[in-house]
Design a binder for this molecule. Structure first.
Ligand code: CA
Length: 233
């Protein structure tokens, strides 16, 4: 059974979310304090965390950073204010994953499902890379250390946003294959709708600036016109 942890100090909201999730067949854990929620996350390793921003004990953003650093967990930030969304996006904590109060049950469950699908695929991706000798993916002077979620260029670690890393891992794991923008969106972002392919392009551009010798003339992440991208070793 898939477990979802709700860290939310608004008791009424937490109750509503819990009942939505239980009706949808999930097993639910709850915490009203940030620090307690975080220890539950460490102990139980749920597939998914719903996280409020302003929490007693430990701030939601701090929890989000820790979760991102330590493992593959789906995460949706619950926010009440539009200004907070800017903060979330600015911090790039993987915050295509936020939802603004109030929201509908339908929208909420769709988000949870999309996140879980993404997490499952990432976990499989990592597992299959962990098996065999694929703890490291190497391409010339570029190394992906899958276990440490680290990318090294000439032996020096690159600073990567979570989605940049996930995109690079996905591309590198499918070296030589043409990957459509829609497939990339679905596998890396968990989005199953089209029309957001700009997101992929922007992240590819950022990645190229980090890993290509000449980003304008890429040799690693090749554009396949009208389709998507291909990673070359
Ligand atoms: Ca709160």
């Amino acid at each position: 059974m898939t477990t979802v942890l709700i860290i939310e100090d608004e008791r009424e909201l937490s109750k509503v979310l819990r009942s939505y999730l239980e009706q949808a067949g999930y097993s639910v854990l709850t915490a009203e304090r940030g620090d307690i929620g975080f220890s539950i996350w460490k102990e139980k390793q749920p597939e998914m965390v719903l996280l409020d921003l302003n929490l007693p004990g430990m701030d939601g953003l701090e929890i989000a950073r820790e979760i991102r650093r330590q493992g593959e967990t789906g995460m949706i930030m619950i926010t009440a204010r539009v200004e907070e969304i800017d903060r979330l996006i600015g911090l790039e904590i993987g915050a295509d994953d936020y939802i603004t109060k109030p929201f509908s049950m339908r929208e909420f469950l769709a988000r949870v499902k999309a996140q879980l699908r993404r997490v499952r695929m990432m976990r499989e991706e990592i597992r299959s890379s962990d098996q065999g000798e694929k703890e490291q993916l190497k391409s010339g002077n570029l190394t992906l250390d899958v276990q440490r979620r680290e990318v090294l260029l000439d032996g020096k670690p690159l600073v990567m946003k979570p989605k940049e890393y996930e995109l690079l891992l996905f591309l590198a794991n499918h070296q030589g294959h043409v990957l459509s923008r829609d497939l990339i969106l679905e596998r890396v972002w968990g989005w199953d709708f089209t029309g957001a392919s700009r997101t992929v392009d922007v992240h590819v551009r950022w990645l190229r600036e980090k890993i290509e010798i000449d980003p304008a003339n890429p040799k690693r992440i090749i554009t396949v016109h009208g389709v998507g991208y291909r990673f070359e070793g």
